[in-house]
Design a protein around this ligand. Sequence first.
Ligand code: KIV
Ligand code: NA
Length: 264
Amino acid sequence: MAGMTISKLIQKKAAGEKITSLTAYDATFAKLFAQCGIDFMLVGDSLGNVVQGQTSTLPVTVEQIVYHTEAVRRGAPDAFVIADMPFMTCATPEQACLEAAKLMRAGANMVKLEGGEWLVDTIRMLVERSVPVCAHLGLMPQSVNVLGGYKVQGREQAMAENTVRQALAVQQAGAQMLVLECVPTELGELISSKLSIPVIGIGAGAKTDGQILVMHDMFGLNSDYIPKFVKNFLAETSDLTAAVQLYIQQVKDGSFPGPEHSFE
Ligand code: KIV
Ligand code: NA
C-alpha cells in the first residue's frame, strides 16, 4: 500500500481495523502483494526454510536478509517492509545496531527480533538510534533447540503471564509492533488488548490486531508438514492475485483465522 507508515499502522489498531501482512522474499511477489493492498511485508528468516530448503531458520545470515530486502524494496518501492534480525545478530546491543543498520540500508523500514525482557536494552538502543523495532514473542523459531520443537506456547497460566509481561516490556522499551506466534486465542486477545502497539498474530487466533502468514503457506505450497494455523487461499481461487485478495478480505472481515486454524 502506497506510503504505509508505522503511525498509520498504529492508527489502524486504534480504529479497530485489521492489519494484513505476508512474508515476501523477491521483487515479483512484493509487487503483487503491494498491488493487492497488503499493509506490510516481512522479509522473514523463514526464507531459510522456504527459499533455501533448510530445516530451521538458524543458518540464515544478515547478508541473505539484505539481499532479499533489496529485492523486495525494488519490487515494492512504497511498501512498509520489515526485515528479520537473524539468529545471533542480537548477542549484544552494539552488535544488533551494526547488523540492523545493514537491513535499514537495504531498504527496511523496521527490523524484527525474537525475544522479550532480555532484549529491552537492545530495543532501546536501536530505537534511540532511529531503527524502528518489531518484537516477536510466543513461538520463537530461532529458539527451536531450546524449546525442543515447534510447539504452541503459553498454554500454562504461568507461561501465559510471562508472555504478557514480556510483551509489556518490549513495548515499554520502544518496540512499535509485536509479532505473536503460536499461542492460544485467549492469550492473543489479552496481549492485543493490553498493548497500544499493533499485535500481529500467526497461529494466535482471530483477536489480534492483524495477521501474517508465510506467503508459501498462503498459496498452499508446503507439501509436507502443514501447521494448523495455515490456510491455502489458492485452493478457493483462480489465480495468485485472487488468492492474495481473498486472504486480505478474510483477515479484514475476521473470518480468517477461524477456530480450525487457532489454538484454544
Ligand atoms: O520469518 C518469518 O516468516 C516470521 C513470520 C512467521 C512471522 O518471522
Ligand atoms: Na522470522
